[in-house]
Design a protein around this ligand. Structure first.
Ligand code: ME8
Length: 518
């Protein structure tokens, strides 16, 4: 039987200890482009994001703010929902771990682990970093500039000693290694996969999965002294959102296992080791893939609150524009690598790729059509070799972009689209339709038709990345809604000659430095 066309993609659920920044916006943006692409490609998509609201870190932040944790999380979680709106994310659900549906799912996964003999009661004595909500071994620590012990992430650790339930992670090493081997695409990129494999090969210790020294969390079933370790709670959100524990529900059967958990490299270990181990131990199927992307810095510096250089996504949207910001984040760095945000690079992309690239191509082609073809799609004659070449390049771009999206190579997907733009620019220069107006108007009509068809395809391809701008572009070609999907990409859905077109208007403005503008 053919695999059902469904796709379940998730972002990490973000801690509500602070306002969202560019890193959070980035991960969700990548998932949004992916989700939009898959929908346009005919998939039934479930795109999930949300907030991670329990744990010591959130409890501490609430205390510092002088409010109770629930009121605090209500407020900060709203900032993440506002961000989703401002960034035009198309998430189908927004989960909060303080919701009832989620507590139910956490307690059920705990029961299943317990029933299968995967959990035992013991006591924990060791190091814990509240910032990472993670346990560390003595051998992983170094001494920080203030003489305190720090984790590899730079987070300070504290000594914790308390009764705790443990998950028998130590028994899952070989099964995990076999799982990675049988599923070579499970962890991406490749270099990260190798890191995870060598970490697992070095031996896994049992994992403390409950806490007793504070109570902002999901209660352990049948033991009110314990709350669940925040990572077991958090990871379970991916199940909650598709209806778990009702594993017979239509939602669960359609969407589990998840197709992709998108995460930053900081939390790969939790997703690629703990999570499949929890799931297999509970008798549930692990997700199909985890992609760990890189880290953004700001003008070459680590982004941190203490350095005061946190980039607020809303500020970027205000300054450069929404789609410009979306484009820059996905185009500027090879997805998976670390990257640097700089004003100069942003302006460069905005002006050369957008304003002078797609913007100029569309504006000049559509203006010529408006002026010389009675403001309607021109009637083409027979296609020349050059026409076929450009149409062919545009046609081949969809399967290429699809291939790159499937491997989360967003930068390559965009590069492919820009190759079409580059070729179209050369085509306009070579064919010089403005000169044909007097010498061979029929040929001019054909050239302008080929350009309009190319812009149609570019508009279709740009939708997942720059939805609003692509919409405006496609509006200028009066493309009906049902023709804005990838099933309508081919020649059999080509523009109809004679269709009346509106007066074209620029979609991608240039960035002008404020001082130069005044
Ligand atoms: O870890 N560059 O939440 P979190 C790129 N609640 N991405 C960045 C970034 C940066 N400078 N900073 C943050 C948690 N991110 C847990 C997750 S999931 C079950 C629980 C992104 O609020 C990146 O995706 O600390 C990273 O993995 C995530 O934010 C961490 O968000």
């Amino acid at each position: 039987m053919a695999e059902a066309k469904r796709y379940y993609v998730t972002t990490p659920i973000y801690y509500v200890n602070d306002a969202p920044h560019i890193g959070h916006a980035y991960t969700t943006l990548a998932c949004d482009a992916l989700a939009r692409f898959m929908r346009l490609d005919g998939y039934d998509v479930h795109f999930l994001t949300g907030t991670d609201e329990h744990g010591q870190k959130v409890e501490k932040s609430a205390k510092a703010a002088g409010v109770d944790p629930q009121a605090f999380t209500d407020k900060v979680s709203q900032n993440f929902r506002d961000l989703a709106k401002a960034m035009n994310y198309s998430n189908d659900d927004f989960i909060r771990t303080t919701e009832e549906r989620h507590k139910k799912a956490c307690q059920e996964i705990w029961r299943r682990l317990k029933d299968r003999g995967e959990i035992y009661l013991g006591s924990y004595a060791g190091w814990y970093a509240v910032r990472d909500e993670a346990y560390y071994g003595e051998d992983e620590l170094t001494v920080g500039p203030n003489g305190k012990k720090i984790a590899p992430s730079g987070a300070e650790v504290e000594w914790v000693e308390e009764p705790s339930y443990f998950f028998k992670l130590s028994e899952w090493g070989d099964k995990l290694l076999a799982f990675y081997e049988a599923n070579p695409d499970f962890i991406a990129p490749e270099s990260r996969r190798n890191e995870v494999i060598s970490f697992v090969k070095s031996g896994l210790k049992d994992l403390s999965i409950s806490r007793t020294t504070f109570n902002w969390g999901v209660q352990v079933p049948d033991d009110p002294d314990h709350i669940m370790y925040v990572w077991l709670d958090a990871l379970t959100n991916y199940l909650t959102a598709v209806g778990f524990p009702d594993d017979q529900s239509a939602m669960y059967r359609k969407f589990w296992p998840a197709d992709l958990h998108m995460v930053g490299k900081d939390i790969l270990r939790f997703h690629a080791i703990y999570w499949p181990a929890f799931l297999m131990a509970a008798g549930l199927e692990p997700p199909r893939r985890v992609f760990a992307h890189g880290w953004w810095t700001n003008e070459g510096q680590k982004i941190s609150k203490s350095l005061g250089n946190v980039i607020a996504p809303l500020h970027l949207v205000e300054k450069y524009g929404l789609d410009q910001t979306r484009y820059f984040l996905l185009r500027e760095i090879p997805f998976g690598n670390d990257g640097d945000f700089s004003h100069r690079a942003m302006v460069q992309r905005m002006n050369s790729d957008l304003a002078n690239g797609i913007g100029n191509l569309a504006q000049r082609s559509l203006s010529m059509i408006n002026k010389n073809c009675n403001a309607s799609v021109p009637q083409p004659g027979a296609f020349s070799e050059a026409d076929e070449r450009l149409i062919g390049t545009a046609e081949e771009a969809l399967p290429k972009v699809r291939g790159f999206i499937r491997e989360q190579a967003f930068h390559k997907a965009l590069e492919t689209i820009w190759q079409v733009i580059g070729e179209a620019d050369r085509y306009v220069d070579e064919q010089a339709p403005w000169a044909l107006r007097k010498t061979d108007p029929d040929r001019m009509n054909t050239v302008l038709y080929v350009l309009a068809e190319t812009i149609r395809r570019l508009g279709l391809l740009l939708q997942p990345f720059m939805p609003q701008s692509a919409e405006r572009l496609l509006d200028q070609l009066v493309l009906p809604a049902e023709a804005r999907v990838f099933a309508a990409y081919g020649r059999d859905h080509a523009l109809k000659p004679g269709t009346a077109l509106p007066k074209p208007e620029g979609v991608f403005p240039r960035f002008v430095e404020p001082e130069a503008a005044s």
